[in-house]
Design a protein around this ligand. Structure first.
Ligand code: AMP
Ligand code: MG
Length: 413
């Protein structure tokens, strides 16, 4: 059994050690909409000018600038050109062509007069305002030139990049593939959510919390169910994870110092244990190692500890695998609404609700802060970070708060 009194790792050091074992995954080709939010793995160049032809920026009349410098001016209307059409009419001196936004400018014209500045009069139009040459005309290639590199490998594909891919004619694109994350719950008392727990049993919350987190970090979760508190059952679960070609294996429960906490032993026997126990709360009993070349994170069973550990350690690993280079969590400063007392020298992550008052942002504890109180996270907007070296914090002290993904209020609230 590992010695529970030996010095334990700090959060940042543990994260660095986990990150050191993971690399960027290979690329895959996917339809552009499946690439949203992912990291591009190829260079994208424009196949042609965008826009392809010099065109009208406004609905109005295509004219020669020289004809409309002094206003008012009367011009003969030769015809009309809609978006998607190319006019073969030539605009000579004293003439105009009705033109719609996006339609190519006819030969001879160099300026577009807005309808709002004109008065139609039979086959003629009167231009009421003076225009400078070139007004309301968009040159070909003003957005992107043919051959220009519009996106480089490593670029994160947001909606604007997805639109750019479509604009240059891409229907699929090469991006870093999503990590496959096997999730194995452990515990003789843990039953699947569709079962009515008998006395002494509880439903498996962790597989679902963690799977939903994995999805939100861009990974593909594979739920492997619940292993018994027996080495054979845990071993079978870990092997199933490797059979399914997981890029990361996550277990929950069975990593503490109880008589039936066997995850560490099985990991040490089957692979390598890298570290165990962190200087944090919730989430002290976290085991990390490598099994069959695949990193394995043994999360504590308590649901809050499992979720906080996933946020702090699984998220950066999954982001790194997907080619991201930045994984710091968004934080805000807030004043504690109540005093905090504790003496264990650990980094605490307290569940808080954030409220904006006239005097600034305030963090209010969401009730019982036990590691098993999942409701404390359901009610939370953030995790207030209490540093290791602080025993007492008076109400009103400013602390850093990790922002949990926001849950906008629903209509029934
Ligand atoms: P353990 O880490 O196995 O000692 O479990 C710590 C606590 O978390 C115990 O009260 C377990 O019943 C509970 N627990 C373990 N696994 C789960 C799970 N998958 N879902 C909900 N609670 C769990
Ligand atoms: Mg257990």
């Amino acid at each position: 059994m590992p010695d529970t009194r030996r010095p334990v790792l700090g959060v940042e050091e543990a994260r660095e050690r986990i990150l050191a074992t993971v690399d960027v995954l290979e690329a895959e080709r996917v339809p552009v909409l499946e690439a949203s939010g992912r990291v591009l793995a190829e260079e994208i160049a424009a196949d042609r000018d965008i826009p392809p032809l010099t065109n009208a920026a406004m609905d109005g009349y295509a004219v020669r600038g020289a004809d409309v410098v002094p206003a008012p001016a009367r011009l003969r209307v030769l015809g009309e050109v809609a978006a998607g059409r190319v006019s073969d009419v030539r605009v000579g001196p004293g003439t105009a062509v009705r033109i719609m936004t996006g339609a190519p400018i006819p030969d001879g014209a160099d300026t577009v007069v807005r309808f709002e500045d004109t008065q139609a009069d039979g086959e003629e139009v009167e231009v009421l305002a003076s225009y400078s040459t070139g007004k309301n005309v968009r040159p070909a290639g003003e957005d992107v030139r043919a051959g220009q590199v519009v996106l480089r490998a490593g670029h994160v594909l947001r909606p604007q990049e997805i639109g750019m891919l479509a604009a240059v004619g891409r229907t699929d694109v090469t991006v870093v593939r999503r990590p496959r994350v096997a999730i194995l719950a452990t515990g003789d008392e843990v039953v699947p959510p569709d079962r009515a727990p008998r006395p002494g049993q509880i439903r498996d919350a962790n597989s679902y919390t963690v799977a939903a987190q994995v999805q939100s970090f861009g990974g593909a979760p594979l739920l492997l169910g619940v292993a018994r508190d027996q080495a054979t059952s845990i071993r079978a679960g870990m092997r199933a994870a490797l059979d399914q070609e997981a890029d990361l294996v996550i277990t929950s429960g069975g990593v503490s110092v109880g008589d039936f906490d066997l995850v560490k032993q099985v990991l040490a026997a089957e692979g390598e244990m890298h570290f165990w126990a962190l200087n944090m709360k919730p989430g002290r009993p976290l085991a990390f190692g490598v099994l069959g070349g695949v990193p394995l994170l043994g999360l504590p069973g308590n649901p809050v500890a499992a979720m906080v550990s996933t946020l702090l350690f699984v998220r950066p690993a999954l982001l790194k695998m997907q080619g991201f280079t930045e994984w710091s969590l968004p934080t805000v400063r807030a004043r504690l609404a109540q005093p905090i007392e504790r003496k264990d020298g650990r980094r605490h992550y307290l569940r808080v609700r954030l409220r904006t008052t006239e005097t600034g942002r305030e963090a209010i504890l969401t009730g019982d802060q036990g590691s098993g109180i999942l409701k404390s996270l359901v009610d939370a907007d953030g995790l207030a970070i209490i540093p290791e070296d602080v025993d007492h914090l008076a109400a009103g002290t400013a602390v850093e708060v990790i922002c949990l993904p926001s849950a906008p209020r629903g209509i029934t609230d």
